[in-house]
Design a protein around this ligand. Structure first.
Ligand code: TRP
Length: 439
C-alpha cells in the first residue's frame, strides 16, 4: 500500500518520574526516527494533565516535565519538523475534552482498563469499588481522545496497554461526527500503531524494564557512573570466566542488541559462547551504550542548565499546535450550538418544521358577476366547488358554516364534489379544518 501524504503521527508521554533506558529504546528513539520520514507530520507532547491524575506532588510534576522535554530535545528531536508541546499549554484540549465527555457513554468508561484494574483491586481487598478512584482516572481516556482528535492524528504509536484507549477515541470521534457533523467528518478516526519489532527492553532482573519493578537502568541520571553501576547489577547466570555461555535469553544480550549493529551482535554472541567473562561482557555493554548516550547526555545537561530555552522552544511548539487546534475547536463550538449572538454570518437557522398543511377555502368572483367558493386539498387539488351566489356575503357564510360544522353541513350546502374525489377525502379535509378552527 502506498502511504497517503502527510500522515499525522501523534504521541504523548505522561510526565511522571524520570526516563530510563527502556523509554529511550522503546519510545523516544523510534519516534524521533519516524519523525524524519518523508510524508509524516509528527506531534509529540508532554501529557502533563495526565500526570496530575497519578501524582499530587507539584515539584515532581514540574521536574518531570522539564526533564522529559530536555530528554526529547537532547535525543535529537527536530522541532522545526515536529510539533512539540506541553498538553497543558493548549487550552483547546480540555475544552474539547468536555465536548467529548458529553457524548461518551459512562458504560464504556466503566470498561476502561485503568479504571477496571482499580475497581478489581478494590473488590479483591473488600473495599468500596470506587475507593481511591478520582474522576480524573475515570475520565482519563476522554482526555486522551481529545489529545488525539484535536490534531486529527492518523496514527498513534503506543504500547499495547494503550490500544483500548485508541479504540475509545475512535468510538467517541465517530459518535461526535455522527451527532454534529451533518455529513462532515470533523475527526479522523485514529489507528493505534503497536511497534511489534521494537524490543521491549528487559530490566536488570530480566523482566520488562519498568520503574514499578525497580529494575531500570537510568538514561541520564547519575551520569556515566550511574550507567556503569546499573549495568554491573544486571543479573546473569553464574558461569565462570572461560566457561562457554549461552547468550540466548540473557537480559544483558538483549540490551546489547538494542544498541548494536548486526555484526556487533554476532561477535558478542560468539565471544560469549567462547567463554567471555560476564564482567568483561558488561564492560563491552557499557562502552557500547555510552558511545550512543554520552553526546545526548552532554546536550541534556546543557539544556537542563537553561530551562528558559526549553520554555521558549515549548512555547513555539504550543503556538504551532494552537494554530491547528483553535480553528477546529471554533468549528466544533459552532457545531454543538455554542455560537456568538452577534455573529453577522449566522449558521443557517434550522428550517422550522413546516406547519402541517391544511386544506383551504378560496372565495372569488367570476366573469359572470357571481360569487363562488371552492375547497382545495392540502396538496392543492380541487375537492369542492360551490354554485354561484349573487352576493359575496352569502358565499362567505357558507364557508364559515362548513368550517364550523364540517361534513354535517355538506348535504345542505349548494355545492358539488369535484370529479373523481372520494367523499371520504372531502370529509377528512373538512374535519381537519374543523379541528384547526376549534384550536
Ligand atoms: N496515556 C499514555 C501513556 O500513559 C500517554 C498519552 C496521553 C498519550 N495522551 C496520549 C499517548 C495521546 C498517545 C496519544 O502512555
Amino acid at each position: 500500500m502506498t502511504q497517503r501524504p502527510n500522515q499525522r503521527v501523534l504521541t504523548g508521554i505522561t510526565t511522571t518520574g524520570t526516563l530510563h533506558l527502556g523509554n529511550y529504546v522503546g519510545a523516544i528513539r523510534p519516534a524521533i526516527a519516524a519523525s524524519r520520514e518523508a510524508g509524516v507530520e509528527s506531534f509529540f507532547f508532554m501529557a502533563d494533565y495526565h500526570a496530575l491524575i497519578k501524582c499530587d506532588d507539584p515539584e515532581r510534576i514540574n521536574r518531570s516535565r522539564l526533564e522529559i522535554a530536555a530528554t526529547w530535545l537532547a535525543a535529537g528531536l527536530d522541532t522545526s519538523r515536529v510539533t512539540f508541546y506541553r498538553q497543558s499549554d493548549i487550552p483547546e484540549i480540555p475544552e474539547l475534552t468536555w465536548l467529548l465527555t458529553c457524548v461518551t457513554s459512562k458504560g464504556q468508561m466503566n470498561r476502561a482498563h485503568a479504571y477496571k484494574a482499580a475497581t478489581d483491586a478494590n473488590a479483591a481487598a473488600g473495599e468500596d469499588l470506587d475507593a481511591g478512584v478520582t474522576m480524573g482516572l475515570y475520565s482519563y481516556p476522554i482526555l486522551m481522545a481529545a489529545d488525539i482528535l484535536m490534531f486529527n492524528a492518523h496514527r498513534v504509536p503506543v504500547g499495547r496497554d494503550q490500544v483500548q484507549h485508541i479504540e475509545m477515541a475512535r468510538d467517541v470521534a465517530q459518535r461526535f461526527n455522527h451527532l454534529f457533523g451533518q455529513g462532515k467528518e470533523f475527526f479522523v478516526l485514529p489507528e493505534a500503531n503497536v511497534e511489534e519489532d521494537v524490543a521491549l527492553l528487559p530490566g536488570l532482573d530480566g523482566r520488562k524494564m519498568s520503574k514499578s519493578y525497580d529494575n531500570s537502568i537510568p538514561l541520564f541520571e547519575g551520569g556515566a557512573k550511574g550507567l556503569k553501576e546499573a549495568i554491573a547489577r544486571i543479573v546473569t547466570d553464574s558461569k565462570l570466566p572461560g566457561e562457554p555461555k549461552d547468550p540466548e535469553g540473557q537480559a544483558l544480550v538483549t540490551i546489547y542488541d538494542a544498541f548494536a549493529t548486526a555484526a556487533q551482535r554476532e561477535k558478542f554472541r560468539a565471544d560469549l559462547r567462547a567463554g567471555l567473562a560476564w564482567g568483561e561482557a558488561k564492560q563491552q555493554l557499557f562502552d557500547l551504550i555510552e558511545a550512543e548516550i554520552a553526546p545526548l547526555r552532554s546536550r541534556y545537561e546543557s539544556l537542563m542548565a537553561h530551562p528558559e530555552r526549553i520554555e521558549a522552544t515549548l512555547m513555539e511548539g504550543a503556538a504551532k499546535a494552537r494554530a491547528i487546534a483553535a480553528p477546529l475547536l471554533a468549528e466544533l463550538r459552532q457545531a454543538v450550538g455554542l455560537r456568538s449572538f452577534a455573529a453577522r454570518v449566522e449558521a443557517p437557522a434550522p428550517v422550522k418544521a413546516a406547519k402541517a398543511a391544511l386544506p383551504v377555502f378560496k372565495q372569488y368572483r367570476e366573469a359572470d358577476g357571481l360569487f363562488y367558493f371552492k375547497l382545495n386539498g392540502a396538496d392543492g387539488h380541487l375537492l369542492l366547488q360551490s354554485q354561484g351566489f349573487a352576493g359575496g356575503r352569502e358565499a362567505g357564510q357558507w364557508v364559515a358554516r362548513l368550517k364550523r360544522e364540517g361534513a354535517a353541513a355538506l348535504a345542505e350546502a349548494p355545492l358539488h364534489v369535484a370529479e373523481g374525489v372520494a367523499a371520504a377525502d372531502v370529509a377528512a379535509a373538512l374535519a381537519a379544518l374543523q379541528a384547526a378552527e376549534a384550536a
